[in-house]
Design a protein around this ligand. Structure first.
Ligand code: 48F
Length: 255
């Protein structure tokens, strides 16, 4: 047996596939910023509904704050009815006391696979550094490479048009903060409150939704924007928030 490995052909294949991919996502239905638990769940439900969805994630890995479980102990806790969302993705859950526990590596892996299989594109190593805003409505995302950001290089970004943008950036609510700061909006981003798991989980469901025309928030970003409590290593609210956010977007896009 002789394996063929021509450098030019390898390079050409990668470049062609990349250009094809980028061209196909220049104008999309939903741009989700952040591939944590809420963003991935939201992507899965939107893609299942037939929408063109791209998730932009700063780091090279998807999963956000799930991988390390609670303080490095590799399990997360999920409460009913969020267990059903993970079960749909094939995650194995174990009942303990009033909760379910799940392997903190299995969960992001299976959530991402289910979002990809539904048709969502996940792009890692890409930072959303600004938004396109037209006549007081969000109209897309301004993106750059994480490597460029990390190196502190002054290299201009590119842009993607999107009917809806989702801020699923977690505790820092970076997208909403950028929108408010750059456009001098009255909208105040309060930041999250100290931990109160039960209250935080329930506030999250109320705080999920559209906060500015065409900008939705889900996951911890939704509580950070509205000064909701943080919850720690209980994740059910993140999955339900992602699902509610997808349902609200589907409803809006029907209008
Ligand atoms: O933080 P993260 O996991 O957000 P989440 O979906 O889930 C929160 C839980 O992990 C946990 C918790 C449970 O009770 O509180 O913390 O709300 O994922 C957010 C992702 O967004 C990425 C970031 O790297 C992370 O993977 N991100 C943040 N800002 C940007 C970004 C940006 N400007 N561009 C691209 N990605």
């Amino acid at each position: 047996m002789k394996l063929s490995a021509d450098e030019v052909k390898i390079t050409r294949s990668i470049l062609r596939a990349s250009f094809e991919m980028w061209e196909n996502i220049l104008d999309i239905d939903v741009a989700i910023v952040g591939a944590g638990p809420s963003g991935l769940t939201c992507a899965r439900y939107l893609a299942n509904a037939g929408l063109k969805v791209v998730v932009f994630e700063r780091h090279l890995a998807f999963g956000g704050g799930t991988w390390g479980g609670g303080m490095g102990f590799p399990y997360i806790v999920v409460e009913e009815p969020a267990n059903k969302i993970l079960e749909e993705c094939g995650v194995k859950l174990k009942k303990m006391d009033d909760y379910y526990v799940a392997d903190s590596v299995e969960v992001p892996a299976k959530l991402a696979v289910s979002a990809i299989d539904a048709g969502a594109k996940i792009l890692t190593g890409i930072v959303v550094e600004d938004l396109i805003v037209r006549e007081d409505k969000v109209a897309g995302v301004v993106i750059n490479s994480y490597a460029i950001e990390k190196a502190g290089l002054h290299i201009d970004p590119l842009a993607i048009k999107s009917k809806i943008v989702v801020d699923a950036t977690g505790h820092d609510a970076t997208v909403t903060n950028i929108l408010v700061k750059k456009n001098k909006l009255d909208l105040k981003v309060y930041g999250e409150r100290s931990m109160w798991a039960e209250k935080g989980e329930n506030q999250l469901l109320e705080n999920t939704g559209e906060i500015y025309p065409n900008l939705f928030v889900c996951g911890m970003a939704a509580n950070a924007v509205k000064n909701g409590y943080r919850m720690g290593a209980i994740f059910g609210g993140m999955y339900i928030s992602g699902k509610i956010c997808a349902e609200k977007i589907i409803e809006k896009l029907k209008e």
